[in-house]
Ligand binder design. Structure first.
Ligand SMILES: [Zn+2]
Length: 590
């Protein structure tokens, strides 16, 4: 079969008029109705063998109801302007929602399974495969409140926390910043001004940074009010009403790790800020600036912007995978048989993703390949997700997903494999650019996300004592900046408003650490690979990826010899960054 750069969605359904799209949803609804009659109100009373049949049917119906919607969604993403596809998608989604509603009782009854029933089920060999997902569903039980309380909370949140975060979004996305560019004053959005910080012209970068924070400062009063309200609401709901032991606890529980793991990550990061600071000192020399400033952090070193056509990019990535493991390479190569859509087109959805929905179906990858080096890294990243999905298809549906904390493991690891190959053949100038790119990724994905989360912890703790002034939030922000960047970076007067400009700290509270966790985890695993070699590492890594959600992240990592409570493990990730820094410095004397 020849290779293709377009999706062949006929692997799922023959087309948008395929009668099976509706037939599958009708069948799912019929089975869901039978299911509800058989099990509603009876889940906790089932014998283990009956429970197994119930669980198998629950997941089978979900997959059946999901596949048509997934197909319509993929079709829509290729042609977002097509009204017929859009109408079909929304119709199928409506039918799927009905099926899901019919099944809701089962998820609720499973989450509320009495301890004695759970103990009996857990001990049964036939239910072993479902143990982890049942335990997952139950772990929120101690923090759930009565039906009535939950209802009131949901209703009040609409006019409470959700309304406030929406107001934050409306104010900040409405910000227009007057900016003189190419001799003319223009009105730019926040994202457009942020992008100017990667310009080669230092005065533009500086002016963009000053303008950005000045724009946020203008809304200081209302935005601070929103922070105080949302954080107070968070404290009342999470700590007082639900009884979580600390503000970050619900997020880490979602991610399948513990607050102690996060503390370990923070401590290791704080111990290595010296590496980051040294990178910025060296970068200052390369840029020829004495007062390296916040607006120089993502400044480009020099312009190497060669186009990399897709054939070359694909060959680079498959070569990188092949050097690691031939099975991984073969799984990635298989996507080119109609499961990757490469070129940007009018009407096609932007960005990139890899989307698989169940172990019964293969995943599909969407790209918008633009011939830049970044696009080659994106290809490696999405193929990494793809390989992860394909390997975990050996699991039953309940275990085939990935916990948030591990979801980016294969994808970032794939980027590391690509970097290895590129570094080998790069010219000195390309090499310097590549290494600076890797170090900047560590700065943005690891150090900055830890700094943001440390600020959140301080801010929530102070809010717990009473209303916090905007100047106090600024002081805490400057304190965490100082603890991260030391005197390697000078900050503008406006940088203290950084906290007010990060949407995640208001919308998703305590989410940012997970980027840092994911990246450092991969670096530590990558270090292990470099130390013991592919022959020893690849089989264990594939086993880890193939395990899906079958066990907790700690258990899966333990099987690879990783202990997230051991500082040495986290430190080994920083050794990789240190290695990049040494190589980066070496390119300067060559
Ligand atoms: Zn990803």
């Amino acid at each position: 079969m020849s290779s293709s750069e377009n999706w062949n969605l006929a692997l799922l359904y023959s087309g948008l008029t395929d009668a099976r799209l509706h037939l599958h949803l009708e069948e799912a609804q019929t089975r869901a109705d039978v299911f509800a009659r058989a099990y509603s109100g009876r889940v906790a009373s089932l014998e283990p063998s009956a429970a197994l049949a119930m669980l198998n049917e629950l997941y089978a119906i979900s997959i059946l109801a999901n596949r048509p919607v997934w197909f319509a969604r993929l079709s829509f993403d290729l042609d977002t302007g097509n009204a017929d596809t859009k109408a079909l998608l929304s119709k199928l989604q409506g039918l799927q929602a009905k099926v899901q509603n019919t099944q809701t009782f089962a998820w609720l009854e499973l989450a509320a399974l009495p301890d004695n029933v759970f103990a009996v089920w857990s001990a049964e060999e036939v239910l072993q495969e479902y143990w982890q997902s049942l335990a997952e569903a139950r772990k929120y039980l101690p923090y759930q409140r009565s039906e009535l309380e939950e209802q009131v909370l949901r209703q009040k949140n609409l006019t409470g926390v959700q309304a406030w975060t929406q107001l934050y979004g409306e104010i900040t996305s409405g910000i227009k910043i007057p900016f003189v560019l190419d001799g003319a004053e223009q009105l730019l959005t926040v994202d457009q001004v942020r992008a100017l910080r990667t310009r080669a012209d230092r005065s533009i970068r500086q002016a963009a940074t000053v303008a950005l924070f000045a724009a946020f400062e203008q809304h200081e009063h209302v935005l601070t009010y929103i922070f105080n309200t949302v954080y107070q609401d968070f404290k009342l709901e999470i700590l007082e009403l639900r009884g979580f032991p600390s503000p970050i606890e619900r997020t880490v529980m979602n991610d399948g790790i513990t607050a102690a793991d996060v503390q370990m990550l923070f401590a290791a990061t704080q111990n290595h800020v010296g590496v980051l600071q040294e990178f910025f000192r060296v970068k200052a020399k390369v840029l020829g600036v004495e007062d390296f400033s916040s607006f120089d952090i993502v400044a480009p070193l020099e312009a190497v912007d060669e186009a990399i056509d897709f054939t070359t990019g694909k060959a680079l990535v498959l070569d990188a995978f092949g050097r690691f493991d031939t099975e991984v390479q073969a799984l990635a190569a298989d996507f080119f048989q109609g499961r990757i859509d490469v070129a940007p087109r009018v009407g096609k959805r932007g960005g990139a993703y890899c989307w698989g929905t169940s172990p019964e179906d293969p995943a599909f990858i969407l790209l918008n390949y633009n011939q830049r080096l970044d696009d080659v890294f994106t290809l490696a990243h999405e193929l990494g997700h793809g390989v992860h999905h394909e390997l975990s298809r050996v699991q039953i549906a309940a275990n085939a997903g990935h916990t948030t904390s591990l979801a980016e493991t294969a994808s970032i690891f794939a980027e590391m494999l690509l970097a290895d190959v590129l570094l080998e053949t790069a010219t000195p100038v390309q090499k310097r650019e590549l290494l600076a790119g890797l170090l900047e990724k560590a700065a943005g994905t690891l150090f900055r996300q830890v700094q943001i989360t440390r600020w959140e912890l301080l801010a929530h703790a102070e809010r717990g004592q009473g209303v916090v002034s905007s100047q106090r939030y600024c002081e805490l922000w400057l304190q965490t900046l100082q603890e991260t960047y030391g005197n390697a970076v000078q900050f503008t007067e406006g940088d203290k408003w950084g906290w007010i400009s990060v949407p995640h700290v208001i919308n998703y509270r305590f989410y940012c650490y997970s980027y840092a966790f994911g990246m450092l985890l991969v670096l530590a695993l990558y270090r292990q690979y470099k130390t013991i070699g592919a022959t020893a590492f690849a089989p264990a890594f594939k086993q880890f990826l193939a395990s899906g959600n079958k066990a907790s992240p700690q258990q899966l990592l333990a099987a690879m010899g990783v202990n997230t409570q051991d500082p040495a493990f986290w430190n080994s990730g920083f050794a990789v960054i240190q290695g990049w820094l040494e190589q980066f410095k070496a390119t300067l004397v060559e």
